[in-house]
Design a protein around this ligand. Structure first.
Ligand code: SF4
Ligand code: SF4
Length: 490
C-alpha cells in the first residue's frame, strides 16, 4: 500500500475520462489508454478529489465512516498505481515525443493500379474539386504497368522486414480497369512470398460496375478481400456516384455486386459508404446494404472535403450522423451480447482499438507501416497522396528517402499538436487523418479540430459499448486477442 504522506503531500486527479456501463463506473485512463472499472470506494475517492486536491488525512476524514480507513487507503494506492490520481504538485503528464525506429517495417502497401475511373463521383478526392495530385508537376501514367507492379512488390518485401504477414491492397481510380495487371501482380506477389517464407493478404476496392463473371471467379479463387464503394439505395447512390455522362451507377453495379456476394463467400465482402450532407440516413443505408443486398460489413466515413462545398457535412449534420451511429452501436451491442454478428464495422474497429489499448502517437500508419504507391512507382504517405510531389517519400526503385521520412515522423508527432494536448480522446484520434487535414487546412500537420466533438462523442459511445460487453459478455471481446487487422483503407 502506498502511503501518500502528510497534509502537504496532497493528491489530485490526473487525466482520465469517466463513463458508465451496465450500472458500473469506468475510467478511460488517458496516459495509458487502459480501461478500469471503479468500485464504490475508488469512485468516492475520485468524487472527493473532484472538489480539489486532498491529503490522505483529509480523504480519510471525508470518506469515513462510509468506508473503512484501510479500504480508502488501498483505493488510493490502486488509483495511484493506474495513474488516475497522483501528487498534486507533479506537473501534468505530457505526451512524450518518442519517435519510432527509422527502418519502420511495412505492413500494408496500397498499390494504385490506375488513376483512371469510369465513374465521376462529384466528391472524389482523386478527381473532384479537392484532389491533391493536381499539384504534381509530373505526368502520371494512367495505368500501372507490369514492370512497375513487380518492382512495387519487390519494394514491399524489402521494406516488410521481419513482418511475416504483409497486406497488399489494390486501389485506384477504378481498380478493375487494370485487371490484367491485378492478376499478374497477385501471382508475382504469391511467388515472392513463397520464396521469402511470408504470407500476403490481398484486398481490393472497387465501385463494382466492372465486375464480370471471370473477375468474380478470380477474386473468389484467390481469396481477395473486396470492398465495394457504394452510397446506399438507388436514389442516394445515383446522386453523386455517376458515370461521366451523369447517369447513375446503381442499376449497373447492383446485379454484379449481388453475383459477387453469391459467389465469393470465402472472405466477407464489405461496403464502404461516403457520407455527405445530402446522404446522412446512416441507419437506412445500413439496412439496405445488409438486409436487402447482403453485405456482411458496412463502414461509413464522412466525406473529406474543404469547408463550404455543397456536399460538406456541417455541424448539425455531424450530430445527425452521431445519433444514427449510436443507434447502430447499441444494436451492435445487443447482437454481440448474444454472440451474433452485426455488420456495423465502425463500432467493431473502435472496440478493437479500445481492447488493444491503442495509444497512438500518429493517427494512422501512413508514411510508416503503410505506404501508397502511384502508377509511376512513386511512394507517398498513403494512397490518398499517391502522385503528389509534395508528399512523395521515394520510389519503389530508389527506395525511401530516410531523411524525408524521419522529418515526416518528427513533424507529425502528437506531442507537437498542442491543441490535442488536453484532449482525453487523443490516444485514439491523435489529431486525425493527414489527408483530411490537408484538404481542410492545406497542412498535414494540423489536427482536425473541426470534428473533435464528433470524435469525442463517438469514442465515448464506444467506451460504453465496450464496458457493457466487459460486464455482460467478456468472452466476446476475447476475439480481439487473436485477430490481427490491416489498417483500413478508404
Ligand atoms: S483532433 Fe480533436 S479529438 Fe482529435 S485528439 Fe485533437 S483535440 Fe482531440
Ligand atoms: S487515415 Fe488518412 S492519412 Fe491515414 S492512411 Fe487513411 S487516408 Fe491516409
Amino acid at each position: 500500500m502506498n502511503r501518500i504522506g502528510g497534509p502537504m503531500n496532497r493528491i489530485a486527479r490526473r487525466e482520465f475520462h469517466t463513463f458508465e456501463a451496465s450500472g458500473q463506473r469506468y475510467l478511460y485512463l488517458v496516459p495509458s489508454a487502459a480501461v478500469v472499472r471503479l468500485d464504490d470506494a475508488a469512485a468516492a475517492v475520485l468524487g472527493e478529489l473532484e472538489h480539489g486536491p486532498r491529503s490522505r488525512d483529509e480523504l480519510e476524514a471525508a470518506l469515513t465512516p462510509s468506508f473503512e480507513r484501510d479500504t480508502i487507503a488501498s483505493s488510493v494506492a490502486e488509483l495511484m498505481h493506474v495513474r488516475a490520481v497522483g501528487p498534486a504538485a507533479a506537473p501534468p503528464e505530457r505526451t512524450l515525443k518518442v519517435l519510432p525506429p527509422a527502418a519502420f517495417p511495412l505492413t500494408t502497401m496500397v498499390l494504385n493500379v490506375t488513376s483512371k475511373c469510369n465513374l465521376a463521383c462529384t466528391y472524389c478526392y482523386e478527381y473532384g474539386e479537392d484532389r491533391i495530385a493536381q499539384n504534381t508537376t509530373k505526368a502520371m501514367p494512367r495505368f500501372l504497368d507490369d514492370e512497375t507492379a513487380r518492382q512495387s512488390v519487390d519494394f514491399m518485401f524489402k521494406r516488410a522486414g521481419s513482418n511475416q504477414i504483409v497486406y497488399l491492397t489494390f486501389f485506384g481510380g477504378e481498380t478493375l480497369l487494370n485487371f490484367k495487371v491485378l492478376q499478374s501482380t497477385l501471382t508475382y506477389a504469391r511467388q515472392r512470398a513463397a520464396e521469402a517464407g511470408k504470407h500476403v493478404e490481398f484486398s481490393l476496392t472497387t465501385n463494382g460496375t466492372l465486375l464480370r463473371p471471370e473477375i468474380i471467379e478470380w477474386l473468389a479463387e484467390n481469396n481477395v478481400a473486396v470492398t465495394i464503394s457504394i452510397d446506399g439505395p438507388r436514389e442516394l447512390q445515383d446522386r453523386f456516384r455517376v458515370f461521366h455522362n451523369g447517369r447513375g451507377s446503381y442499376d449497373v453495379m447492383m446485379p454484379k455486386v449481388k453475383e459477387l456476394l453469391r459467389r465469393h463467400t470465402s472472405r466477407p465482402i464489405g461496403a464502404r459508404v461516403t457520407l455527405t450532407r445530402q446522404n446522412l440516413d446512416v441507419v437506412g443505408i445500413f439496412r439496405h446494404l445488409t438486409e436487402e443486398i447482403g453485405f456482411r460489413e458496412v463502414g461509413f466515413a464522412p466525406v473529406t472535403t474543404a469547408n463550404g462545398r455543397d456536399y460538406a457535412i456541417e455541424d448539425s449534420g455531424f450530430y445527425e450522423m452521431l445519433g444514427q451511429f449510436e443507434q447502430l452501436a447499441w444494436e451492435f451491442l445487443e447482437q454481440a451480447l448474444q454472440n451474433r454478428h452485426h455488420g456495423f464495422s465502425n463500432v467493431k474497429d473502435t472496440l478493437e482499438e479500445i481492447h488493444k489499448g491503442a495509444s497512438k502517437a500518429y493517427p494512422c500508419g501512413a508514411g510508416m507501416g503503410l505506404m501508397g504507391v502511384a502508377t509511376n512507382g512513386d511512394v507517398a504517405l498513403c494512397h490518398r497522396f499517391a502522385g503528389s510531389e509534395e508528399h512523395r517519400l521515394g520510389s519503389v526503385t530508389e527506395g525511401i528517402d530516410a531523411a524525408k521520412q524521419a522529418a515526416f515522423m518528427n513533424d507529425h508527432h502528437l506531442a507537437d499538436k498542442t491543441d490535442c494536448s488536453k484532449c482525453w480522446a487523443r490516444p485514439m484520434c491523435a489529431g486525425g487523418c493527414y489527408h483530411e487535414a490537408h484538404t481542410r487546412y492545406g497542412d498535414t500537420t494540423r489536427p482536425n479540430l473541426h470534428y473533435c466533438e464528433w470524435i469525442r462523442s463517438w469514442t465515448h459511445t464506444c467506451l460504453r459499448v465496450y464496458g457493457e460487453l466487459a460486464e455482460r459478455n467478456p468472452a466476446w471481446l476475447g476475439r480481439f486477442d487473436h485477430e490481427t487487422s490491416p489498417q483500413e483503407v478508404s
